[in-house]
Design a protein around this ligand. Structure first.
Ligand SMILES: [Zn+2]
Ligand SMILES: [Zn+2]
Length: 219
């Protein structure tokens, strides 16, 4: 019975997690694993795009539908500082979080990865402006499509209170959230999860360039 054997093959394939062919969510063209992403700003939804559709939205303000292309720059700031008091005020239960401007709501949103996915809380604009938002990475952030990713040193490693900040495309944060969701075990995540997280941050650092000095009154 060919019907049953092909059904069985289909089930086996699904269990083995054969990679699904991703398609452009605007024109349905199949896309390679590395492809542009767009953000639908009002709905805060991320879409996969093919090269030509991504190109359409390259310029801010171009195209319709409220889409913005996710850039592919990674910036680091060797002078990034975050005090214990600033971090405590954020009340984030894990040692990493990312922050983005939501232009539709005119708010800064703090998110952190958790086993259940991304958890978010709104940030008071004053505490943002005087804390994390005062740094050079925050000043360079593009709304909706880039995030300030912050990681605190785990207890026992390095100087207490030290933190790292990176400006990353928002799709990198989605990857981090997916990683945590997949590998996190128990209360503290477990060795495997932290191995994955360390590797993820290592790869970001390798791609990151130092943030250029602030220029002009608009920066
Ligand atoms: Zn397309
Ligand atoms: Zn995609």
């Amino acid at each position: 019975m060919p019907g049953i054997s092909s059904l069985r093959r289909f089930l086996v394939d699904s269990v083995e997690q054969e990679p699904v062919q991703e398609v452009c969510e605007l024109c349905a063209t199949p896309v390679p694993p590395q492809h542009p992403h767009l953000v639908q700003v009002a709905e805060r939804r991320m879409l996969c795009a093919c090269g030509p559709c991504g190109f359409l939205f390259d310029n801010p303000g171009a195209g319709g539908g409220g889409y913005r292309r996710v850039p592919d720059r990674y910036l680091s700031d060797p002078e990034f500082r975050l005090t214990d008091a600033q971090w405590d005020e954020l009340q984030i239960p894990v040692s990493m979080a990312f922050f983005l401007h939501n232009s539709a709501q005119g708010k800064v949103i703090a998110c952190y990865p958790s086993p259940a996915g991304a958890t978010e809380s709104e940030l008071g604009l004053e505490s943002w402006a005087t804390g994390l938002g005062a740094g050079r990475l925050a000043a360079a952030l593009e709304p909706d499509v880039e995030a300030l990713l912050v990681r605190r040193d785990k207890a026992g490693s390095g100087a207490a209170g030290s933190a790292e900040g990176l400006l990353v495309p928002i799709d990198a944060c989605y990857r981090l959230v997916g990683l945590v969701k997949l590998h996190w075990r128990g209360f503290d995540g477990g060795a495997e999860a932290w191995h994955e997280i360390d590797g993820f941050f290592e790869a970001l650092r390798e791609q990151a360039r130092p943030v250029p000095p602030a220029t002009g009154p608009e920066a």
